[in-house]
Design a protein around this ligand. Structure first.
Ligand SMILES: *Cc1c(COP(=O)(O)O)cnc(C)c1O
Length: 361
């Protein structure tokens, strides 16, 4: 039996350190907005050579607060990829902004820069790009569009901790890099957690106010805020894991390289390009009879997941918003994609076993 993911096993190497971190917080008796959070924020900012990191309750709220910090007029348009996880689109809607979806590139599964310009209108204010599956978007043309049209850029880095494009880290290209530390992510906490990196003091201050009831000074509220803080316990656990992020990503790369070298061409494999360091949050293949293949693998004891079975524009919740709009590339990806085991918890021999089963199919 090879599970798609096993969080207990993934976290085992860190258990002793987690217990020390837990005890330290318990002993201190300070649970919200304390030293552990400040420490993790400094470490995560330093990892990115960014000026600031603001810890946030989860990845969805991280995107919401980044959008809120831009203080845009209601109804402003935000460009998002059509094949993202629903959270990206929900964040835009939660801010009373209008999501404008752009179809992805069939080779990279990321937003197709060539299709962005035709979606830009006078109301467009933000490019909200998603580095899906752990591969960064094609950032050169995206940065050109940002400059040319004077747009803000927010990167949804929930699947791309440590990924690079031409040597530059995910989250460091735009005004904000928004991260999720949900337990399954490349840098995962032991519960819900998130964060935003940025480089101006004004943006940092705004995020810190918004996450704490709109207040910088206790019981004095300057803006309408929320309760979106990252707690001390999760921050302490994240500080344990962050020093291992590059090594964990390297392990995922090693496993991905086994797939890339040994899977037959009947499966469409993820593109690999020297300009990109992919961190394989998800290692997906595409196959026309995907559901039958998934069933076969399950019968052989191999767990797989579909990321994602239904694209945002076909979700019941979004029926009114995207009525009549077509995103054929997103549909094609959703209909054929299958994610294989490729986690820090997996061994090379397990992956060779998956490869063996796929070769015999
Ligand atoms: C996981 C994820 C999010 C949301 O993160 P949460 O911490 O679960 O709220 C947002 N965007 C993408 C692309 C994700 O994969």
């Amino acid at each position: 039996m090879i599970p798609y993911e096993n969080l207990k096993r993934l976290n085992e190497p860190f258990e002793a350190e987690y217990k020390t971190a837990f005890n330290a917080v318990l002993e201190k008796g300070h649970y919200i907005l304390g030293h552990k959070l400040e420490l993790f924020e400094q470490e995560f900012a330093a990892y990115h050579s960014a000026k600031y990191c603001v810890g946030i309750s989860n990845g969805l709220d991280a995107i919401i607060l980044a959008l809120k910090a831009l203080d845009l007029p209601a109804g402003s348009e935000v460009i998002v990829p059509a094949n993202t996880y629903i959270a990206t689109v929900l964040a835009v809607i939660a801010c009373n902004l209008t999501p404008v979806m752009v179809d992805p590139d069939i080779n990279t599964y990321n937003i197709d820069p060539a299709k962005i310009e035709q979606a830009i209108t006078p109301k467009t204010k933000v490019l909200l790009v998603v580095h899906l599956y752990g591969k960064m978007c094609d950032m050169d043309p995206i940065m050109q569009l940002k400059q040319k049209h004077g747009l803000y850029l927010i990167e949804d880095c929930a699947q791309a901790h440590g990924a690079t494009y031409k040597g530059k880290l995910a989250g460091t290209f735009g005004e904000f890099g928004a991260f999720s530390f949900y337990p399954t992510k490349n840098l995962g906490a032991l519960g819900d957690a998130g964060g935003v990196i940025c480089n101006t003091e004004a943006h940092r201050d705004s995020l810190m106010q918004l996450r704490n009831y709109g207040s910088s000074r206790k019981y004095y509220n300057d803006v309408v805020g929320y309760n979106n803080r990252l707690d001390e316990m999760q921050a302490a656990f994240l500080s344990v894991k962050l020093p291992h992020l590059n090594r964990m990503n390297a392990q995922r790369n090693k496993l991905a390289d086994l797939y890339l070298a040994n899977l037959p061409s009947k499966y469409i494999l993820p593109a690999k390009n020297k300009d990109y360091y992919d961190v394989y949050h998800i290692f997906n293949i595409r196959y026309p009879q995907r559901d039958a293949l998934q069933q076969y693998l399950q019968d052989k004891g191999i767990g797989t997941v579909i990321h994602y079975p239904v694209p945002p524009h076909r979700q019941k919740a979004m029926a009114d918003i995207f009525a009549g709009q077509e995103f054929p590339i997103a549909d094609e990806i959703h209909n054929t994609t299958l994610s294989l085991p490729c986690s820090f918890c997996h061994t090379e021999s397990e992956i060779m076993e998956v490869i063996n089963v796929l070769n015999n199919y």
